[in-house]
Design a protein around this ligand. Structure first.
Ligand code: SF4
Length: 197
C-alpha cells in the first residue's frame, strides 16, 4: 500500500487528508483541532477502540448513541457542528464506501455540518470500488450484524453476506462517496493500524 498515492487520489477528489502512524498521534491531532464545539459521532467500533469520546469530551459536547443509545441522541448528533465517523471501506483510488441501517451516518457525511472527519484504519483500505463494496458487504456487514445482535443469516453464520430480506437487515442503504460533498470540509484521517470492523 502506497500512502502517497492514496493521499494524491483523495486530495484530487476534494478531501483533505492526514496520516498518522499510531492511534495516539491521531487522537492528539483531533483533540488539538476540534475544541469548544458540538460533535456528533457515528456508530463506530473504530471510534470506540480509539477512545476518541474520552479524548474529546473535556473540551466539547458530544452526542453519541453508542454512549447513550436512543434515536433522540442520533437526532442531536445530526445538529452538531462537527461529525466524526469511520467507514466500511475506502479505496486506494480515493472513494469511500459506507453501508447504513438507519441512515444517520450516510446523511451526515453527505449533507451534514461544515466539518466532517472520517477515521480510517489500514484494514479498511481496498484497491478499488468493487473491492470496497465487497469488504463492506461480506466483511463489515456480518461483523456489524453480530455486534448489534441482528437476526440475520450473516450474524448467525458469520461468514459472508446473504443479501437477506429479513426485518433485522442492517444493510439498508449503500453510499459511495466519489468526491467530497460540495459545501463541506471532509477530512480523511488515515491511521497505520488495524481499527474497527
Ligand atoms: S444484507 Fe443481510 S446478510 Fe447481507 S450483510 Fe447485510 S444484514 Fe447481513
Amino acid at each position: 500500500m502506497d500512502y502517497e498515492t492514496i493521499r494524491k487520489n483523495f486530495e484530487s477528489h476534494g478531501f483533505s487528508t492526514q496520516f498518522f502512524a499510531t492511534n495516539e498521534e491521531a487522537k492528539a491531532y483531533l483533540a488539538e483541532t476540534v475544541q469548544r464545539t458540538t460533535i456528533g459521532f457515528g456508530s463506530s467500533m473504530t471510534l470506540q477502540e480509539l477512545g476518541l469520546y474520552e479524548a474529546l469530551e473535556k473540551k466539547n459536547t458530544i452526542a453519541w448513541h453508542m454512549k447513550t443509545p436512543s434515536m433522540y441522541v442520533r437526532r442531536l448528533a445530526s445538529h452538531a457542528n462537527v461529525y466524526i465517523t469511520s467507514v466500511n471501506a475506502v479505496t486506494e483510488t480515493g472513494e469511500i464506501v459506507n453501508i447504513d441501517r438507519i441512515g444517520n451516518r450516510v446523511a451526515m457525511t453527505a449533507f451534514g455540518p461544515r466539518n466532517c472527519y472520517y477515521i480510517v484504519g489500514k484494514n479498511k483500505i481496498t484497491k478499488n470500488v468493487a473491492e470496497a463494496l465487497h469488504r463492506a458487504k461480506h466483511v463489515a456487514g456480518p461483523k456489524n450484524a453480530q455486534r448489534v445482535k441482528s437476526e440475520t443469516p450473516c450474524a448467525v453464520l458469520g461468514d459472508k453476506c446473504y443479501d437477506c430480506n429479513v426485518p433485522g437487515r442492517i444493510c439498508r442503504m449503500t453510499m459511495i462517496t466519489e468526491r467530497a460533498p460540495y459545501g463541506m470540509q471532509s477530512e480523511v484521517i488515515f491511521i497505520d493500524q488495524d481499527l474497527g470492523l
